[in-house]
Design a protein around this ligand. Structure first.
Ligand code: PMP
Length: 438
């Protein structure tokens, strides 16, 4: 009997023992193509020799030095490189151990920023209905997924949610994509006015929505309008690129494609590529200066922030990504989309195939014409995950919430090192899964 506490207590999970490029092998020797990089994590695959060597070298030098006493060489170097590539006025990096921690740090930094500035009433957070920002209580409160939130609602900070930018479902007939984006973005202004601008601290969004909506990109102009509204009312824009950042969408930061820069940016997953648990929060010089000239102390912290081994791994990942591997994302993403459209574009239960770069989602519907989702009791996304896994393909299943109704999505986020032959393997195995389920 296992004493490990699994996510699903009834699950009988295979034991992963070896990583080999884009594949994971279990104890029986079965090979799985990692079509979702776990959950958009493993951008370099599972056996990158340079990242592994960097981890070993760092552990040989020093494993840990508490950030209350020291900074470290890999943390300093990685921060410089990240800021060198970061959009807008992002100027400082706060290293943490994952995405939820990055979000918690972002929320607390936003609050402390306004306290330092004397705007003490600013504390309200506005986010979007289709969103996931993590499972710790602050991050969970910010996310809009009702199923995840409901059991813990009494423990949560007060957050309100506006509509996501979900063109496939919400653009009206006769409305241009641009006009739709402006209309939906204006919901933010209405919500800020409803709450009172003097009470609103931040708007939080994923540039390309991952775990609740299957790689859902915004329409052109949406985020520019969001940025404008935040600026007009002095509200901070926090972008959560935990899933869509670090090259996943074809640019190092997803927001670059929308022509906006946030006040605070969160990254994780692809930052450590799965080799180490690491995340980061980046903030602007203005926010940092408010703390520096104010109390001089960010009232936050964890034992393992800025862990040297994690930073050394992330530094090696960063060098690989910016040294050429991330350049593969756009062209390979195009090939993957073409293959998905060819294989599933006309499938009676495929409503939408979307995404950017190597971040692709398939929305499953019961009826293509009405876009009606399947009854959640059918557990379609879980059944597809299971059937694909049996066929040797890892894909990430999701049941998002479509204004209270559950919908099914499959997320694909393969390693950036995938080859042309792997694309055929993904569509073949996914096809087997579709045939088994439908
Ligand atoms: N934000 C987003 C957009 C995510 O996708 C996730 C993880 N799926 C998180 C935050 C939380 O990250 P972690 O699981 O590393 O805490």
């Amino acid at each position: 009997m296992s004493h490990v506490f699994p996510r699903h207590t009834k699950a009988d999970l295979p034991v992963a023992v070896t990583g080999d490029g884009c594949y994971i092998l279990d104890r029986s020797g079965k090979k799985y193509f990692d079509g979702s990089g776990g959950a958009a994590v493993s951008c370099l695959g599972h056996s990158d020799p340079d990242v592994i060597a960097a981890i070993k070298a760092q552990v040989d030098r020093i494993a840990f030095a508490h950030t209350g006493f020291f900074t470290s060489e890999p943390a300093e170097e990685l921060a410089d490189l990240l800021i060198g590539k970061a959009p807008g006025n992002l100027d400082r990096v706060y290293f943490v151990s994952g995405g939820s921690e990055a979000m918690e740090a972002a929320l607390k930094l936003a609050r402390q920023y306004f306290l330092e500035k004397g705007e003490v009433s600013r504390h309200r957070v506005i986010a979007r209905r289709q969103s996931y920002h993590g499972n710790t209580l602050g991050a969970l409160a910010t996310g809009g997924n009702q199923w995840r939130r409901e059991p813990f609602a009494p423990l949560m900070i007060d957050t309100t949610h506006i509509a996501p930018c979900y063109e496939y479902r919400d653009r009206r007939e006769g409305e241009t994509a641009f006009d739709y984006g402006q209309r939906i973005a204006n919901e933010l202004e209405a919500e800020i006015l409803r709450l009172g601008p003097e009470n609103v601290m931040a708007f939080v969004a994923e540039p390309v929505v991952g775990a609740t909506a299957g790689a859902l990109p915004p329409v052109e102009g949406y985020f520019k309008r969001i940025r404008e509204i935040c600026d007009n009312y002095g509200v901070l824009l926090i972008l959560d690129e935990v899933m869509c950042g670090m090259g996943r969408t074809g640019t190092l930061f997803a927001c670059e494609q929308d022509g906006v820069a946030p006040d605070i940016l969160c990254i994780a997953k692809g930052l450590g590529a799965g080799y180490q648990p690491v995340g980061a929060m980046l903030c602007t010089a203005a926010i940092y200066e408010a703390i520096e000239t104010g109390s001089g102390f960010f009232q936050h912290g964890h034992t393992y922030i800025g862990h040297p081994t994690a930073c050394a791994a992330a530094l090696a990942v960063f060098r690989k990504l910016t040294g050429g591997v991330a350049d593969r994302v756009m062209p390979m993403g195009e090939k993957l989309t073409t293959a998905l459209n060819d294989a599933f574009g006309q499938h009676p239960h495929v409503g939408d195939i979307r995404g950017r770069g190597l971040f692709r989602g398939i929305e499953i519907v019961e009826d293509r014409a009405s876009k009606a989702p399947f009854d959640p009791k059918r557990g379609i996304n879980k059944a597809l995950k299971k059937a694909a896994f049996e066929a040797g393909l890892i894909c990430y299943p999701m049941g998002g919430t479509i204004d209270g109704v559950r919908g099914d999505h499959i997320l694909l986020a393969p390693p950036f090192i995938l080859e042309d032959s792997h694309i055929g393997e993904i569509t073949d195995k996914l096809n087997q899964a579709f045939k088994a389920v439908f």
